[in-house]
Design a protein around this ligand. Structure first.
Ligand code: ZN
Length: 676
């Protein structure tokens, strides 16, 4: 039988791909990549055509095979998939090292840059070559052979540790359940959450109501369940997952893994002659120095702290006055905040769900990108997916040309990693024959699915999440870049990559957009003007506390990677950051770093600050629409032309300036958050 992962098709053949194909496909392609690397490295006079092209081609084949594998591992996790996935990770990490340490390739790139032809290349081509040279340096190519060997060992061990970290979080999360037998204990909980808890118990063959640490189960309980013990139990489990304090079990403790990761990251940075890992992390980013990042975070903390303190004091006063609560515990904050929000704005996030049925929201999203960029989106049911709930769509430009496709997988289910994300499936480029490769994206969320005959009903924050991920998707899909290494989100510095996504969230807060994004699932009536006004007022409720929470994560991450690792560095750094930033005290048992996958198992190490950094850019970009009209097609097309379509083909600060006509300013962000 042929291996579907080795066939080049427009979209992966999800009806044929099985775990037994993974290892064969990846090992074949890894071997082929190595062979091609060796061959082109021997070329006397490297050119784009004879040197760069063959590498791009095989790299594309490999990423097209790996994308569906990595995706299935995330959304359809099983023992077979996980085992096969674990087998291929070391192969890929080995290949990274092989290519990164390939002296001949490095020399080839240097020759290419020094060649006469280089001057005639496009800016994209030049940038791709320069980036490759930079990455070679960062992958230790200039090291002596002994250090190079150590560098390789570190990289492969780090990728193993990340994977273990992730599995521990996944397993620890899955090991927890809270079964409540008596419905009286669930007072305050909305019907949708009770239904979901009933269904969850039933699928486990149990009586009663089952709560887990997955967001759709955890969050409503924290917001609405009047029973304080239930909230405390969930809070404690959630914030100690995969740590030494997790009462469900210690076998998933990530403490040692984190310490080893920090040691190895520092060693890696030092091998490259850098002082710490933070310095290495920002080398390819938009930020110019570690000081600049620290100043940015501390400056924003200073600007937000006073208002954060005011917001929490107002909550304490409210809880005392209306509920006689003398002291609020951490598991009370969300609960009383929800009450205060209701009292202040009579808004109930759960009640708003009725106005955000999936069909309306999705159609509204598509309407928005049509207004802004002139694109249309159509469902294609002929394409095979990995689950019956997944939908497949095609994007056409204003002339009816098929530009891109994407899968949308919106509902939470077992064996699917939590959270929401966009991932590339096929990357846009122009192939050897000059044909456009049509990009494909995976859009993944974890919302509650439909219950009974009703459509899935989203909270407003879920709607915002969907728009956010779709923004990443547009960046990946609407690119006009011809070189894969710079196409879509590829080659975009991490601290600028959240610009197009956070940018999209803005429309979820605009009355004129909500008119067609929202509509009651029974009557199709849009959100009333009155409700809308309240929502908009509620938008900045605890805005400073939210920014401070992000700053807490960002500063923790950055300081941790500036520091010298030792046994207690994680808890020490966390303690100090909480002291500097947090306005809500937290118990000593808190172990949030132990499930902080962004920085220990994702790409955000010493890079979590990127969210706020990019939010400055996205708020400022949106303010151009506030000036010109939020559906202004001309401004939309300018954003498409100057930012979305450009991918990583130029410096983000340049792209931003081309769109905005000036450098980014902090003002729009502070104004949007009501902090100014
Ligand atoms: Zn994002």
């Amino acid at each position: 039988m042929s291996n579907p992962l080795l066939e080049i098709t427009n979209v992966p053949q999800f009806d044929r791909i099985k775990p037994e194909h993974f290892v064969e496909a990846i090992s074949t392609l890894v071997a082929e990549t190595k062979k091609i690397s060796d061959e082109v490295a021997k070329i006397e006079n490297p050119t784009w055509e004879n040197f760069y092209r063959p590498q791009e081609h095989i790299s594309d084949k490999l990423s097209r095979a790996f994308a569906p594998i990595s995706h299935l591992n995330a959304v359809m996790n099983s023992d077979e998939i996980r085992t096969a996935y674990q087998q291929i990770l070391p192969m890929l990490s080995d290949l990274d090292t092989f290519v990164g340490q390939h002296q001949g390739l490095y020399e080839g790139f240097k020759k290419l840059k020094e060649s006469q032809k280089y001057q005639s290349y496009t800016q994209e081509q030049k940038k791709a070559i320069e980036n490759a040279l930079r990455d070679f340096t960062l992958s230790g190519i200039a090291l002596n052979s002994e250090d190079q060997k150590r560098f390789g060992e570190i990289s492969s061990r780090l990728s193993e540790l990340s994977s273990k970290f992730n599995n521990n979080v996944l397993d620890a999360t899955g090991a927890f359940e809270l079964i409540i037998e008596n419905i009286d204990e669930l007072k305050g909980l909305p019907q949708s959450a009770i239904d979901a808890a009933t269904l969850s118990a039933k699928t486990k063959g149990k009586e009663g109501y089952r709560f887990t640490l997955d967001y759709p189960s955890y969050l409503p309980a924290m917001l609405y369940c009047e029973n304080e013990t239930i909230r405390e139990t969930l809070y404690k489990a959630f914030s100690t997952r995969a740590s030494d304090c997790y009462e469900v079990g210690k076998e998933w403790d990530n403490t040692e893994i984190i310490n080893e990761i920090l040691e190895l990251r520092l060693e890696k940075a030092q091998l490259l002659g850098m002082k710490n890992y933070a310095e290495l992390s920002i080398a390819p980013k938009m930020a110019q120095s570690t000081e600049q990042v620290v100043n940015f975070l501390e400056n924003l903390t200073a600007q937000s702290k006073a208002q954060g303190n005011k917001e929490i004091q107002e909550l304490y006063d409210f809880a005392l006055k209306h509920y006689g609560k003398e002291k609020l515990n951490p598991w009370d904050i969300a609960f009383y905040s929800e009450k205060q929000k209701e009292a202040l704005y009579s808004i109930n996030d759960e009640a708003l769900r009725a106005y955000f049925p999936e069909p309306r929201v999705v159609a509204g999203l598509f309407e928005l990108v049509n207004r802004l960029y002139g694109v249309t989106i159509e469902k294609d049911e002929s394409v095979a997916t990995w689950h019956k709930d997944v939908k497949f769509y095609k994007i056409f430009d204003k002339d009816g040309k098929h530009k891109a496709s994407f899968y949308m997988d919106l509902y939470a289910r077992e064996h699917k990693r939590g959270g929401a994300w966009m991932a590339g499936c096929v990357t846009k480029r122009v192939d050897e024959q000059g044909n456009d490769i049509i990009p494909v994206a995976f859009l993944t969320c974890n919302f509650n699915g439909p219950v009974g005959d009703n459509p899935a009903l989203f909270t407003h924050s879920e709607v915002t999440t969907l728009f956010h991920e779709f923004g990443h998707g547009m960046h990946h899909m609407m690119t006009e870049v011809k070189v894969a290494a710079l196409s879509g989100i590829a080659g975009v510095p991490w601290d600028a990559v959240e610009l197009p996504s956070q940018f999209m969230e803005n429309w979820c807060w605009e009355a004129d957009a909500l008119e067609f994004i929202s509509g009651h699932f029974e009557t199709n009536e849009p959100l009333s003007k009155d409700m809308l006004d309240k929502m908009l007022k509620a938008k900045n409720y605890q805005a400073a506390m939210f920014v401070l929470r992000q700053l807490e994560f960002g500063l923790f991450d950055f300081r941790l990677h500036l520091a010298k690792p030792h046994k207690n560095i994680v808890m020490e750094t966390l303690g100090q950051v909480k002291k500097d930033v947090a306005v809500v005290p937290s118990p000593d048992y808190i172990r949030t770093p132990h499930s902080f996958g962004h920085i220990f198992a994702g790409g955000y190490a010493a890079g979590y600050y990127s969210y706020l950094w990019a939010e400055v850019l996205s708020a400022d970009a949106f303010s151009k629409f506030e000036e010109d009209g939020i559906f202004n097609r001309e401004t939309g097309l300018s954003f498409l032309k100057n930012i979305l379509s450009k991918g990583g083909s130029d410096e983000p600060s340049t792209l931003f300036k081309n769109f905005r006509g000036r450098e980014a300013s902090l003002n729009a962000l502070l104004r949007h958050k009501g902090i100014a």
